[in-house]
Design a protein around this ligand. Structure first.
Ligand code: DOR
Ligand code: ZN
Length: 348
């Protein structure tokens, strides 16, 4: 098979940043995807409906008028997010989920939730009005090993949460372990998961063997090969509980290649191509469309995309850097697999 046509995919987990940085990266997602769930971990975080709607407008203003790209907004859950705020969010029509970052879990997560009990009424309201909760599934207690944080989150936070709120729709974001894939598969239909391209294609050796490779560092961190195999099996299983979410998260080259390098992998330049490589490795290209273009929309209760995209088998080299910006001005970004040759190409 040298050509692959599928319904235009959506990205159910994306970091777009803001200002010039956002203007630099948003076109890559708009080229690939019809819609994307946009993460709220800006500084300051997107905690209110008003901020989310203003952010949505800035994204639309940064794209050509005919791009057709739809940013689906999210609210950042804090200890103080009220039931009234999530009702306002839902009735805006543009806010499709609320994101839980355990405090301290990752980039800009210090305003995150310190104790789920504090937001129990808000979660009950979300279950009632049908607004999904998206979770960064890592337990952040200092004594928990970084490679065990996802499993600890399942046991101590996620399992009790879904038992307490069985009608709440929950997306376990960017799962990285066999434990998470098994937990999602064995739970009811209100729990689903997104999977990134890096977690389908690489294990932690890519990050740590032969030197430290900061462009393979993201959170949750890459795990051992047996976990990658389990994720690939889940993604290609045809189960509607697993769908595409890139977690594409740009940081400048300097911020990544630093004594304390930031977590985040930018993959929006080649997202669907990377997923196609992973599915091809598993001999499951026929399962790509469900994962990339159908199951996420179904879970969120949105229509499937009618438009189609085509991928062709063609070698192309990923650029070494792409133009990007930080607070100081222009600064390059190193895209995922910079300098490497990919074998599928999205044609427009
Ligand atoms: O690697 C990551 N980068 N994981 C996250 O959860 C956040 C993201 C970011 O915003 O940079
Ligand atoms: Zn993320």
């Amino acid at each position: 098979m040298d050509q692959l046509t599928l319904a235009r995919p959506d990205d159910w987990h994306l970091h777009l940043r803001d200002g010039p940085a956002m203007a630099a990266v948003a076109p890559y997602s708009a080229r690939q995807f019809h819609r994307a769930i946009v993460m709220p971990n800006l500084r300051p975080p997107v905690t209110t409906t008003e901020r989310a709607l203003a952010y949505r407008q800035r994204i639309l203003d940064a794209l050509p008028a005919d791009s057709g790209f739809q940013p689906l907004m999210t609210l950042y859950l804090t200890d103080n997010t009220s039931a009234g705020e999530v009702r306002r969010a839902k009735s805006s029509g543009h806010i499709h989920a609320v994101k839980l970052y355990p405090a301290g879990a990752t980039t800009n997560s210090d305003a995150g939730v310190t104790d789920l009990a504090k937001v129990d009424d808000t979660l009950a309201t979300m279950a009632e009005i049908g607004l999904p909760l998206l979770v960064h599934g890592e337990m952040t207690r200092a004594d928990i090993d970084v490679f065990d944080r996802e499993k600890a989150f399942i046991d101590h936070q996620l399992a009790p949460l879904i038992e307490r709120h069985p009608r709440l729709k929950v997306v376990f974001e960017h799962i990285t372990t066999r434990d998470a894939a098994d937990f999602v598969r064995s739970s009811g239909p209100n729990l689903a998961a997104t999977i990134t391209p890096q977690h389908l294609l690489y294990n932690r050796n890519a990050m740590l063997v032969g030197g430290m490779h900061p462009h393979f560092y993201c959170l949750p961190v890459l795990k051992r090969e047996s976990h990658r195999q389990a994720l690939l099996a889940a993604a290609t299983s045809g189960s509607p509980k697993f769908f595409l979410g890139t977690d594409s998260a740009p940081h400048t080259k300097d911020a990544k290649e630093s004594a304390c390098g930031c977590a985040g992998i930018f993959s929006a330049h080649a997202a669907i191509e990377l997923y196609a490589s992973a599915f091809e490795q598993a001999g499951a290209l026929d399962k790509l469309e469900g994962f990339a273009s159908h199951f996420g929309a179904d879970f969120y209760g949105l229509p499937r995309n009618k438009e189609q995209v085509t991928l062709v088998r063609q070698d192309w080299r990923v650029p070494d850097t792409l133009p990007f910006a930080d607070d100081q001005g222009e600064a390059p970004l190193v895209p995922f697999l910079a300098g490497e040759t990919l074998h599928w190409k999205l044609v427009t």
